[in-house]
Design a protein around this ligand. Structure first.
Ligand code: HPA
Ligand code: MG
Length: 212
């Protein structure tokens, strides 16, 4: 369950003409890699896993990693809230946002910079769910987790919609994985390429010329 839905290296995606998508991206995308409906069902399933694990805690502090995580976070939290409304459990959710930038100082050191709320003291004693759209090497997540731990939350879990199979993958830090995907650059569902494609509903692979 931890790897999520595994998309094989040779998964070509669906032909574009089988789906609807914004016309302005007609030339720029190659295939529909994960259709929006599949994303939504998977996110709903993740909400169930999260409810099972957080059930006792009844107070979830969601930390959304911007910008890429905004759609995943909004949909995930909505599903969690629907589950809360339909159960007799007391459940409160609160959402906070952070933006990260990893700067490469020299060849070897990659430093994590938190833009926006660097002071996360509101996490103290809370059950925290970090929500991130895509995890690749895991370096950024590792640094973020370390930073979050300094504020002494009661517990911390990580939800990642996509986890990339990359060389030298560190141990998985993602507790709830939507999909494990090959090491391709993907866009859509708030994931961007130079700020484009966030308004695409499916997760797609962009055409070769753009990706180069
Ligand atoms: N797409 C968009 N943003 C990203 C990706 C990707 O595949 N990997 C890391 N950031
Ligand atoms: Mg980006």
């Amino acid at each position: 369950m931890k790897r999520g839905i595994v998309l094989k290296d040779d998964w070509p995606g669906y032909s574009l003409d089988l789906f609807t998508y914004p016309e302005h991206y007609h030339e720029d995308i190659e295939s529909v890699y994960i259709p929006h409906g599949v994303i939504m069902n998977r996110v709903e399933r993740l909400a169930h896993y999260i409810m099972d694990d957080f059930g006792e805690h009844n107070n979830i502090m969601v930390l959304c990693v911007l910008k890429g995580g905004y759609k995943f976070c909004a949909d995930l939290v909505e599903f969690i809230e629907v589950l809360g409304r339909n159960s007799n459990k007391y459940l409160e959710t609160r959402v906070e946002f952070i933006r990260l930038k990893s700067y490469l100082n020299d060849q070897s050191t990659e430093e994590l910079h938190i833009i926006g709320s660097g002071d996360l003291s509101f996490l103290r004693g809370k059950s925290v769910l970090i929500v991130e759209a895509i995890v690749d090497t895991g370096k950024t997540m590792k640094a973020l987790l370390k930073h979050v731990e300094t504020f002494e939350p009661k517990m911390v879990k990580v939800a990642g919609l996509l986890v990339k199979r990359v060389p030298n993958m560190t141990e998985s830090l993602t507790d709830y994985v939507g999909f494990e995907i090959p090491n391709h650059f993907v866009v859509g569902y708030a994931l961007d390429y130079n700020e484009y494609f966030r308004d695409l509903n499916h997760i797609c692979v962009i055409t070769q010329e753009l990706g180069r």
